[in-house]
Design a protein around this ligand. Structure first.
Ligand code: AMP
Ligand code: MG
Length: 354
């Protein structure tokens, strides 16, 4: 058995999760309880503070359940299942949610030179890193699957809302983008009900919504990659915004002292090996932030920072990034617009282009 360490967030671990990931370090007060439930393979936590009415929570968690069903691999009724089963042979009609995520996924693939690739599924399925039976893939196995990875093979018809694959063997995986989409959808519900402030935390995909009581900024923590269950490494103070991180400590297994984590290179087919522990993206659009954290991890710090202006222009969004390197250096993107603080003395800030 080589499953030495598979990271799993269980409901039992929720307390640790909330305190430590503490992704959001808030000055809390006596409001109705927040709610959390398990969807999209993670613990989904929402706090609506003084507007925490049960019917609002119900609406939010019903929506999460719906998104989970649309994007779930398990159900034969889900759009993702139908796409993967049939889109190589025929055009598959999908719901608006899945179609719009696919459109964004393709756009981000184009802007990141394919570093983010929604057709990564044949490799995800090979390594099974998110499962209880992970597998160390051989070069032959990888070579056999790489031809099926390539976002150009996904053909979208916006008029008919259909998906078609250009060849057999292509399959999609929304693991790197669906949580961000869900966070945006919850934020829309908050907006609709004029909720003043909310924290949405879908397994580390954080969205701080509205303004705090005295108009203060939100303090959001970015995890210490070496001690992900302890106090955060970085504190950023932000207005309404999404803060998302992809890191090698999220889902992985280890064998012979080597860590195999869940962010895969669409080029080599292996878990990405570089000098990074994690990449974080701060953006008003959580789906974009989610996909970009994955892409930036694949690209590495220098390349990500090089393409950042073009990505911002291509998406029409302001995007800031943080990279945590294994040598205890922290890099912020140029003109990082938010106040930030490193909370451990043995980590230091480096200028982005050093
Ligand atoms: P994240 O934690 O957002 O970086 O997402 C990681 C998840 O996205 C993995 O568990 C896979 O399901 C999927 N994934 C892995 N590598 C890639 C990639 N290069 N592009 C798109 N999705 C990926
Ligand atoms: Mg992601």
């Amino acid at each position: 058995m080589y499953i030495l360490n598979i990271v799993k967030i269980t409901l039992k671990a929720v307390t640790v999760f909330l305190l430590s990931m503490a992704v959001v370090m808030l000055s809390s007060c006596s409001n109705p309880s927040p709610r959390f439930e398990r969807y999209l393979g993670t613990v989904c936590f929402v706090n609506l503070y003084e507007k925490g009415r049960p019917d609002y929570y119900d609406e939010i968690f019903d929506r999460l359940k719906q998104i989970d069903e649309e994007f779930s691999f398990g159900s034969v009724k889900s759009d993702v299942y139908r796409i993967n089963a049939f889109a190589a042979r025929e055009s598959v009609h999908v719901c608006d949610d899945v179609f719009s995520v696919l459109e964004t996924a393709k756009k981000i693939s184009e802007l990141t030179g394919g570093a983010f690739d929604v057709t990564i599924e044949p490799l995800v399925d090979l390594w099974r890193i998110n499962s209880t039976t992970p597998h160390i893939a051989t070069q032959d196995e990888i070579d056999a699957r790489l031809p099926f990875v390539g976002y150009e093979s996904v053909i979208l018809d916006p008029a008919l809302k259909t998906v078609r694959f250009a060849k057999d063997g292509v399959k999609i995986d929304f693991g790197g983008i669906a949580k961000g989409f869900a966070a945006d959808e919850i934020a829309k519900i908050c907006k609709k009900h004029k909720i003043k402030r909310a924290v949405i935390d879908l397994g580390g995909n954080v969205y701080v919504f509205g303004v705090k009581k005295k108009g203060e900024l939100w303090n959001v923590g970015i995890k210490n990659p070496e001690y992900p269950d302890s106090a955060p490494l970085i504190k950023v103070s932000v207005p309404q915004l999404s803060v998302v991180t992809s890191g090698i400590y999220e889902r992985f297994f280890e064998k012979n002292d080597k860590r195999y984590h869940h962010i895969l290179s669409p080029d080599s087919g292996y878990p990405v090996e570089n000098d990074l522990y994690s990449s974080s993206v701060l953006c008003s659009n959580s789906m974009v932030a989610d996909a970009l954290t994955t892409a930036f991890f694949v690209l590495g710090r220098e390349k990500s920072l090089e393409i950042l202006p073009a990505v911002e222009e291509g998406l029409g969004l302001d995007i800031a990034a943080v990279f945590i390197a294994k040598n205890h250096s922290v890099y912020f993107s140029e003109n990082f617009p938010y106040s930030k603080k490193i909370l451990y003395s043995d980590w230091r800030i480096h200028r982005a282009h050093e």
